[in-house]
Design a protein around this ligand. Structure first.
Ligand SMILES: Cc1ncc(COP(=O)(O)O)c(C=O)c1O
Length: 785
């Protein structure tokens, strides 16, 4: 028998709800949660549920899972409710009540020896929309708006179980499965014959490209609560058992389909629901394009699953046969609608007039920009991208076109992460001053940030950019060491102030380097002096620092600092080879200087296994500089050093920065740390990084143009050459690849001394699935060069 069907029959049809004695439950609730009260049994397909009206007037739902229920599935629900509690505190959803032992789930053993998970949730007062007056358009609108708010609240939730198998999950398209089809009645088969073909041809291939997240997946009249039997107001959602990671628009399709089953449903009502959803959570063109088909697919899935239950289970529940005609009626009605008309009406409901609504004149914008900003500013791509909106790993242009962001590390935890935006807005609406007044935020932030670093790095200076961070770091190093010289790599980039600009050797001719600067070659095993496979590669490159120190001494400068971008981004992405950082740090200290680790590129889990790039080596820098990803787009920079260095610097200089460390920036910085701590970002970087590592390696094996693949986690460089023998940089080809990808909907960049290294450095929420999409895109582009 078909695999999908086997899973369906085992996991989804033969529910084995617990049947624990009431007295046991009462005693257990008293012992573990300390609650007592009146217990009333509630309906439940999988769980044994009781309402508990406690003596103090509060109400709860006590849920006992079926035996054999997946722990992951229960943990997923708990995690989602906890996430909503934090991210959308105003949204009425059940709250998880921890037991007195502090656990969200407790285990109970039944008399027959089976073990069950028990949860206590808060009770949401209200009446299911399925009860009381049939829902009118006002209720339907509120339902859709509520589901959109719920989807916003679930944004950013990661969970290992999010891709679990749910038969109702329409992206699985279970109806196409022959094992399922075998049970489907003839009327349904003929009704769906044509549609099923279209689903596999036109609908399913589009789904993996849509914006996706964890969705509630069951915006059904039984699961949404209204204030009273006649009320239009939606006051809560329950039942999170169908949650899955899916295209976001799937959640709206489920809602439309669920309410289409009510006799009063019409296209007008569906349009009203689309409009209401869109007013809370705007839909993209690509999402609108599939919405109607997904709605039909959900109805079709319902019909098939009803048939499976009616025909494949021993004693099908009576309501299955009673409700089936409603589904057939709704499906017949919606299949008969003109798809183009439905599509146009949905688009109009979302403010789209015609195909490209706001044809912005790109040429005129460029021309005005040239005048207003001057000629020094550069744009990416032959056809520059005019971005107007971002979300997670996605960016949207003025025409509604979507791009997968494979480049912007600044939006570290994703574009416009709601937790960060909320923290920013809250603090901006409360107070913004500077560090000359006492404020809790900046202190807490410094404490939290330094807690991620090794022992002695405990003092933070706040600035607004990576440039400022490096500028201050160099100033500290000079004051503390009494020496002037700075060592950087050839073709380095550290920022654009007078001093740091001079330390950014990729930006100007070598002959113009100042006397206080000395350079070392980057440890490039692909095209440098020593190649991969050379014994002690790291030490051989590292030894160059001795020459640089000697050169500074000759010039009577003395070495104040070795400023090292520990992922050598501007050198084409190079992970320091073994021993390199240890040796260079020792050497600079022996010369009386300090080791400054520039973590602007490599920090914040960019490479997955470690939060900071220097952590891969057995070394603790004297100073660490931070920027870019630290604020998810908000301008924050930081210099972290030891109390001893800070004390010595303070003997000569006080420090003030008008904007650095202000309460809003500190709130944003902490919100980014929250997300990093809570949302499985590191695990995501590791997982997506593995997909990229394997896939990029395969591309290099297939395309001679890709001569070297370097990187880790979510930072990769692809060295593009004309031929592998000469290693001649294929600059024009690299440029073409980048532009082809841009046209295909992927934003990447270039780096390296020759600008021939394709740079992949996406937001840290770039998922393994995003990675696979990018690999396909790269494959297409490389195939065309
Ligand atoms: C390694 C490194 N350090 C410092 C900077 C400067 O940061 P900012 O542009 O915020 O001044 C950059 C910017 O690209 C960088 O890549």
């Amino acid at each position: 028998m078909n695999v999908a069907f086997k899973r369906l029959s085992a996991a989804d049809l033969n529910f084995n709800p617990a049947r624990l004695q009431l007295e046991r439950l009462v005693a257990f609730a008293r012992e573990h949660w300390g609650i007592e009260g009146e217990f009333t049994p509630l309906e439940g397909e999988r769980d044994q549920n009781h309402r508990v009206a406690a003596a103090d007037g509060r109400s709860y739902v006590l849920k006992v899972s079926a035996s054999g229920e997946s722990e992951g599935a229960v943990d997923f629900q708990v995690a989602a409710l906890r996430h909503l509690e934090r991210q959308a505190p105003d949204l009425p959803a059940p709250r998880v009540v921890a037991s007195q032992a502090g656990r969200d789930v407790e285990w109970i053993a039944a008399a027959d020896g089976t073990r069950h998970m028990l949860r206590l949730l808060s009770w949401i007062p209200g009446v299911p929309v399925s009860q009381g007056r049939p829902p009118g358009v006002a209720t339907l609108r509120n339902v859709a708006a509520f589901q959109a708010r719920l989807a916003c609240g679930l944004r950013g939730l990661f969970h290992a179980h999010a891709r679990h198998f749910v038969a109702w999950d329409i992206q699985r398209a279970l109806i196409l499965d022959p094992g399922i089809q075998a049970w489907v009645a003839e009327d349904a088969k003929s009704l769906l014959a044509e549609f099923n073909q279209r689903v596999s041809r036109d609908v399913l291939p589009r789904l993996p490209g849509l914006r996706a997240q964890v969705v509630h997946g069951d915006g059904h009249a039984d699961n949404l609560l209204r204030a009273g039997p006649d009320s239009d107001e939606i006051v809560g959602a329950i039942d999170f058992g169908d949650m899955v990671h899916a295209p976001l628009v799937q959640d709206l399709a489920v809602t439309l389909a669920s309410f289409a089953r009510h006799g009063t449903m019409s296209l007008d009502n569906a349009v009203a629901q689309v409009e209401a959803w869109n007013s809370v959570l705007p839909l993209g063109d690509d999402e609108l394009e599939v919405l109607h088909d997904l709605t039909l697919l959900r109805l079709a899935t319902a019909l098939c699953l009803y048939d499976v239950r009616i025909h494949a289970t021993e004693k099908p529940a009576a309501w299955l046969a009673e409700e089936r005609p409603d589904i057939v009626r709704a499906l017949t009605k919606f299949l008969a609608l003109d798809r183009d008309e439905v599509h146009e009406r949905y688009r109009a409901a979302c403010g789209r007039v015609g195909r490209w609504p706001q044809a912005i004149d790109i040429a005129s914008l460029r021309e005005r920009r040239g005048r207003a900003l001057g000629p020094s500013y550069r744009l990416f791509y032959e056809r520059p991208v005019h971005l107007v909106r971002g979300e997670g790993t996605w960016l949207y242009d003025a025409e509604g076109r979507r791009y997968l962001d494979c480049y912007n590390n600044v939006a570290s935890v994703g574009h416009c992460h709601p937790h960060v935006v909320a923290a920013l807005s809250r603090q901006a609406a409360t107070l913004n001053t500077h560090t000359r007044y006492l404020h809790d935020n900046v202190v807490r932030y410094a404490e939290r940030l330094t807690a991620t670093m090794p022992a002695d790095l405990r003092v933070c200076y706040f600035v607004c950019t990576g440039t400022e961070a490096n500028d201050l770091a160099i100033r500290i190093a000079r004051v503390v060491t009494g020496q002037e010289g700075v060592i950087v790599s050839d073709d380095s980039y550290h920022g654009n102030s007078n001093v740091v600009g001079a330390a950014s050797t990729c930006m100007y001719p070598k002959a113009e380097q100042p006397g206080w600067l000395a350079t070392v070659p980057p440890p490039n095993g692909f095209r440098g002096e020593y190649r991969y496979g050379t014994p002690d590669l790291g030490l051989k490159y590292a030894a160059h620092i001795d020459t640089a120190i000697a050169r500074l001494d000759e010039r009577k400068q003395g070495a104040a600092a070795w400023l090292c971008d520990v992922i050598f981004d501007s050198n084409g992405t190079i992970l320091p080879p073994g021993g390199y950082l240890e040796y260079t740090a020792r050497a600079i200290r022996a010369a009386g200087g300090l080791f400054i680790a520039d973590e602007v590129q490599s920090g914040f889990y960019r490479t997955g296994d470690e939060m900071w790039g220097f952590r891969y080596a057995d070394v603790v820098p004297d100073i660490v500089t931070l920027g870019k990803p630290i604020g998810d787009g908000h301008p924050i920079g930081a210099v972290v050093t030891t109390p001893a260095i800070a004390a010595k610097f303070a003997e000569k200089f006080s420090y003030f920065n008008t904007f650095g460390g202000n309460p809003v920036s500190a709130a944003v910085g902490m919100a980014v740390l929250d997300v990093l701590e809570r949302e499985g970002i590191q695990q995501n970087v590791i997982a997506a990084g593995k997909v990229l590592e394997a896939g990029l390696g395969q591309l290099a094996a297939r395309y001679p143009l890709v001569a070297d693949v370097r990187g880790k986690g979510l930072f990769w460089g692809l060295e593009i050459v004309r031929d592998r023998e000469s290693r001649a940089p294929a600059v024009a080809d690299a440029d073409r690849i980048m532009n082809l990808l841009r046209e295909d909907g992927f934003l990447l960049g270039r780096t390296g001394a020759f600008d021939n290294v394709i740079k992949i450095r996406p937001p840290l929420v770039f998922t393994p699935e995003n990675a696979r999409m990018l690999l396909d895109g790269l494959d297409r582009a490389l195939g065309r060069v």
